[in-house]
Ligand binder design. Structure first.
Ligand code: ADP
Ligand code: MG
Length: 243
């Protein structure tokens, strides 16, 4: 049974349809990347999965449980199971690194402080910031702040991590450290759905790549197919333009 199954999912903003009939499954510990031109619906797909955008049709099944996005309980399950990290990391400026990573587990989940802090320290070590626990966001580079944002997402123990262009706002010299962090998570077996324009990274880290265009999935395949032998001219044009 796949970890996540998206079946014929459509979504709209108000009355404007944006996602059309998207079907995709993601296995446990799989890394699936989504590529495609701006406006093709990549962010909307991730936003729909966590209930920020409204599905109009189709189903999402996570760990065998079908999510009903109209039910508050089901929405909570979706948000508990899937954490999303955006291009803009939006850390709390008045809190330390450790504070940023522990606030939601402490205040929203009400998990025990000792466990939360232990987990946060392990995660911050993993993203290479074990020495910055007491630093404030404005003392960190953009790459470091984004790595804190990733640790913050993981602190909620999601089953699936969704990353939406997490390096797009970074200065070029800071992109590599964030991509290395994500590679580390992949090696650890974190299930991830990644939207990225970093084609070299996408090719290395993904088990499968999804090409979207105009709100639809137009091609899915392993990196070798997408980069060396795409079935569609559209995919070839996209990857060759961006490489
Ligand atoms: P991508 O992430 O691939 O660039 P998006 O999912 O952001 O694409 O956008 C898909 C389409 O939905 C685009 O046509 C975009 O203009 C539209 N769209 C995105 N966000 C909103 C919104 N909040 N309200 C209305 N339309 C939106
Ligand atoms: Mg986007």
């Amino acid at each position: 049974m796949p970890h996540l199954t998206i079946d014929s999912l459509s979504a709209s903003y108000a009355t404007v349809p944006v996602l059309h009939d998207v079907s995709l499954s993601v296995e446990q510990s799989e890394v699936v990347s989504i590529i495609g031109p701006s406006g093709s619906g990549k962010s909307t797909l991730l936003r729909t999965l966590v209930g920020i955008a409204q599905p109009t049709n189709g189903t999402v099944t996570l760990g065998g449980l079908q999510l009903d996005y109209r039910s508050p309980a089901s929405l909570r399950t979706a948000r508990d199971s899937m954490a999303i990290v955006f291009q803009q990391y939006n850390l709390f400026q008045n809190m330390t690194v450790l504070g940023n990573v522990t606030i939601a587990p402490l205040k929203i989940k009400k998990w025990p402080k000792k466990d939360v802090e232990e987990t946060a320290k392990v995660l911050l070590d993993k993203v290479g910031l074990g020495h910055k626990l007491d630093a404030y966001p404005d003392e960190l580079s953009g790459g470091q702040q984004q790595r804190v944002a990733i640790a913050r997402a993981l602190a909620l123990k999601p089953k699936l991590l969704l990353l939406d262009e997490v390096t797009s706002a970074l200065d070029p010299e800071l992109v590599g450290e964030v991509l290395d962090t994500i590679r580390g998570l992949a090696i650890d077996g974190m299930t991830m759905l990644i939207v990225s324009h970093e084609m070299g990274f996408v090719r290395d880290v993904s088990s499968r790549i999804v090409m979207m265009d105009a709100g639809r999935i137009v091609e899915v395949g392993p990196p070798e197919q997408i980069f060396q032998n795409p079935q569609l001219d559209r995919t070839r044009e996209f990857t060759s333009r961006i490489l």
